[in-house]
Design a protein around this ligand. Structure first.
Ligand SMILES: [Ca+2]
Ligand SMILES: [Ca+2]
Ligand SMILES: [Ca+2]
Length: 338
């Protein structure tokens, strides 16, 4: 149970299709919308702003781990216009809207044709208005269930066959017709419908702002490690490198600047590559107090790519939920494992 994916869309490279851009993890299919970024839908950070190309195209992101039949998708959303176009997909359902802003959730593939509507929303979305949408899905060929929430209110339920297959492994985002812009922000997925819906949450991105005593990785320029990874928009023009197994660098990160009522978890995602033949594995590391938590050890390829996220739902120092103070004090970074 817990978080399977967090994406605040804040720190992708300015060129969505380049190294470090969001298109590397939100992979286009069909006639995919163009990925651009706008100011975050709560007024800070960034949001993914998809510019429609074709209603049968979208962008898809897989979860790091399979999450079984039941999950909850949550995200903030704003559209410039509605029509009979694909809004989001989740497992084997997809949602479209009519021109009045009603959400219609279908069983079938990510397009607008020849699919069975299984849920008509009880309310209508308005254009140019941010909403927080939650979709609680048991995705099965029989015995499934579906509930749609908008701004915390139930907008409809369905029980029965929700999908043409069992299981949920990815989420898709659409953008409607050419010229329409559909923006997404603060997206997260809970991997079990038994999880309590977290509701309207904000994803905050913190950047490294100081080195620590653990400083084995070498900056490509200058002497401060943090200074090559503190990019507000990810870039690969400067970077850290490590040659030896066991090399570890941990960094201080900027403070939140506010006191969160609750913290559902933190995620670390690394953009990296190797420059030589042979096995190269790395892992993300979080240090809280004197407690260390390691992410999954993963191989890196020869082209810059994002590693799958490591999500730490609890503070390793307390085994309880993170507090704002603990996040402000944490150190995090990267270890070369082999
Ligand atoms: Ca954001
Ligand atoms: Ca950099
Ligand atoms: Ca800090």
């Amino acid at each position: 149970m817990g978080l399977a994916l967090i994406d605040g869309f804040d720190d992708y490279a300015s060129s969505a299709g380049g190294e470090g851009g969001s298109d590397a993890v939100w992979v286009g299919f069909g006639s995919p919308p163009a990925s651009t970024y706008i100011t975050g839908l709560l007024g800070s950070g960034r949001a993914l702003n998809l510019v429609g190309a074709n209603n049968t195209g979208g962008r898809s992101r897989n979860f790091a781990q399979a999450i079984g039949d039941g999950a909850i998708l949550s995200f903030r959303f704003k559209a410039s216009q509605f029509g009979q176009f694909a809004l989001f997909g989740f497992g084997g359902i997809f949602a479209k809207t009519n021109s009045g802003g009603q959400i219609q959730i279908c069983r079938g593939g990510f397009d607008t044709n020849n699919n069975t509507v299984i849920l008509y929303s009880s309310g209508n979305l308005a254009i140019n208005t941010p909403y927080f949408i939650e979709v609680k899905l048991v995705g099965k060929t029989s015995g499934g269930s579906l509930e749609l929430f908008v701004d915390g209110n139930s907008w409809g339920t369905f029980s029965g066959q929700t999908q043409t297959f069992n299981g949920i492994s990815s989420v898709q985002l659409g953008a409607g017709q050419s010229g329409q812009t559909w923006a997404y922000d603060d997206l997260y997925v809970l991997n079990d419908v038994a999880d309590v819906r977290l509701g309207d949450m904000k994803v905050v991105t913190l950047l490294a702002n100081a080195d620590t005593a653990d400083a084995d990785w070498t900056p490509s320029t200058g002497t401060d490690g943090y200074a090559v990874i503190d990019d507000d928009q990810a870039n690969t023009s400067d970077y850290l490198s490590a040659s030896n197994a066991g090399d570890l660098s941990l960094f201080d990160f900027a403070n939140l600047g506010f006191s969160p009522a609750t913290v559902a978890g933190i995620a670390i995602e690394t953009l990296g590559k190797k420059s030589d033949a042979g096995t190269t594995t790395i892992r993300n590391v979080v240090k809280s107090g004197s407690a260390i938590a390691n992410g999954t050890t993963r191989s890196v390829g020869t082209a810059f790519g994002y590693q799958a996220q490591d999500i730490f739902p609890t503070d390793p120092n307390t085994s309880a939920a993170w507090t704002g103070a603990a996040i402000d004090a944490l150190k995090a970074g990267i270890e070369r494992v082999a």
